[in-house]
Ligand binder design. Structure first.
Ligand code: F0G
Length: 482
């Protein structure tokens, strides 16, 4: 825990680092933002970075590296096979997770591809606390069935439950009963559960899940992409973890699992990914797929420079002062928005601040993608790029019916150590303005709809001319401001 206390009334999150490299930002005027949003088909994925002021699309691959990570990149050992850099990374992973085997991949979804190919077959179920888009796609491509068993609290947008990412143990037992242990490919726990607002699970819950898996001989797989946030919440919210170091909590977490995979675009503030495995036989089954799909076994699609940065980044993840900035900034943003009445997911989680579009613009039906509409409106109002995490991010049923998401969220990711507190305050200000003018926001409809992962490159248009009205109101309220 950051131990700095404030003498004044308004404590603020305090960065335990200083900024030594900066990048100039550009904030185009509101009329141009509307033009750019239209060109991007109202899909924030299709905006160009030059037209964006604060890029809160994701924390993936855009976290700020430390000076030590940058320095390590300069001494990377460039060789196709057997590089010393790879050995350093492998050693680091063994040291923190205590699993002997490691398979490198180019990013997180590649791990999901390999795990699904080896462990999932048609009709087999994969119970998990909650799905992630790419995880679900890989499992269903193999003919598997995703069973979401998050505790009921996980889907309550407003809550004081500190561990909304917990799995419901009763539901897990019932699912194993339904499919039989042999009908379950593996159980997956996602740390810092992404799609429900970066919500953590408790170490106790993971232990309970692990016990049920062991009783039934089912492997437990941890998606550790957002582990850093989960560790911080274990330490700060879970009584029996308060006296443990982050490294100790990490090892206790790992000891409960059979496989740990991660996106190094998040965990370790670099780019890449990998699978840590305890069991030799399982390792040997997955191993041939790495040279086939990723790259040779000592790089798996990662550059040696990224592997060096990752090895250092993983070590830095064990330092509480290196991982607390994200969750503390997010908590600040959530508090400030709540004070202004803007509906957000509570309690504050990791990854980013999640605005509840379902309540923000409750006049827009789910079939008109409220979260997508709010993400478009926010870009127009502020130059801030967020990400739709609602019905647009779902995939239609084979017969064409929409699957309405459990939650309609706009995620404003907080890349680690990238934004300043004044930039966060600007985001809060523009969101508050938008909330006061929410009745001006209208829905969206598809003009081009891809069949798979449509949110990445689908194009939409507003159902009425609401966006022009929003720009006019902006000019009325803000004059000639950007
Ligand atoms: N698992 C989780 C929990 C993730 O959040 C992600 C990526 C992946 C797996 C896939 O990893 O991108 O390296 O292939 N999340 C990014 C995001 C895309 O923006 O939340 P990847």
């Amino acid at each position: 825990m950051a131990t700095v206390k404030f003498y004044g009334n308004e404590p603020v999150p305090l960065e335990m680092h200083k900024v030594r490299i900066v990048q100039k930002l550009n904030l185009p005027p509101v009329e141009r933002r509307l033009e750019k949003m239209t060109e991007a088909g109202n899909n924030t994925f299709l905006l160009r970075n030059d037209d964006i002021f604060l890029d809160m699309l994701t924390d993936s691959g855009v976290n700020a590296m430390s000076d030590r990570q940058q320095a390590a990149m300069m001494v990377a050992d460039d060789s196709y096979a057997g590089s010393a850099t790879y050995s350093r990374l492998e050693h680091q992973l063994r040291d923190i997770f205590g699993m002997h085997y490691f398979l490198p991949t180019h990013q997180g979804r590649a791990c999901e591809h390999i795990l699904a190919k080896v462990l999932v077959s048609p009709g087999k179920a994969v119970p998990m606390n909650y799905h992630f888009t790419t995880t679900k796609a890989h499992i269903t491509l193999q003919g598997g069935v995703v069973e979401e068993l998050v505790s009921d609290a996980g889907l309550e947008v407003v809550s004081v439950n500190p561990f909304k990412g917990n799995m419901d143990i009763g539901k897990l037992r019932a699912t194993i009963e339904k499919y039989g242990p042999e009908g379950i490919a593996f159980v997956r726990m996602e740390s810092g559960t992404n799609l429900i607002g970066g919500q953590p699970f408790s170490l106790q819950n993971l232990a309970d899940v692990s016990n049920v898996c062991k009783e039934n001989g089912i492997p437990l797989v941890l998606d550790a992409s957002l582990l850093a946030d989960n560790l911080y919440f274990n330490k700060t919210r879970e009584e029996h973890c308060k006296s443990l170091s982050i490294r100790e909590i990490t090892r206790r977490t790992a000891d409960l699992c059979d496989v740990i995979y991660f996106s190094a675009r998040k965990l370790g503030c670099a780019r890449g990914g990998g699978i840590c495995v305890r069991d030799q036989a399982l390792f040997e089954k997955m191993r041939p797929l790495v040279p086939l799909y990723e790259g040779f076994l000592t790089y798996g699609g990662m550059s040696v420079r990224e592997m060096e940065a990752l090895a250092v980044g993983l070590e830095e993840t064990m330092d509480e002062e290196m991982i607390n900035q994200g969750p503390q900034f997010i908590a600040y943003m959530v508090d400030q928005l709540q004070e202004r009445g803007v509906p957000v997911i509570t309690p504050a989680g990791g990854l980013g601040c999640h605005v509840d579009a379902g309540r923000f613009i409750d006049h827009i039906p789910q079939a008109q993608y409220p979260a997508g509409a709010l993400a478009a409106a926010l870009y127009i109002a502020s130059g801030i790029r967020g990400m739709e995490r609602g019905t647009l991010s779902e995939q239609r049923e084979p017969d064409g019916r929409e699957i309405f998401a459990n939650m309609e969220l706009v995620r404003l990711a907080m890349p680690r150590r990238v934004f300043t507190l004044s930039q966060v305050k600007y985001a809060v200000d523009r969101l508050a303005w938008l909330y006061d003018n929410r009745k001006l926001i209208g829905g969206l409809q598809f003009i081009e709809e891809p069949e798979v992962l449509r949110f990445f490159y689908g194009r939409l248009k507003p159902v009425s001319d609401w966006q022009n009205k929003l720009v006019a109101k902006f000019r009325e309220d803000f004059g000639d401001s950007l």
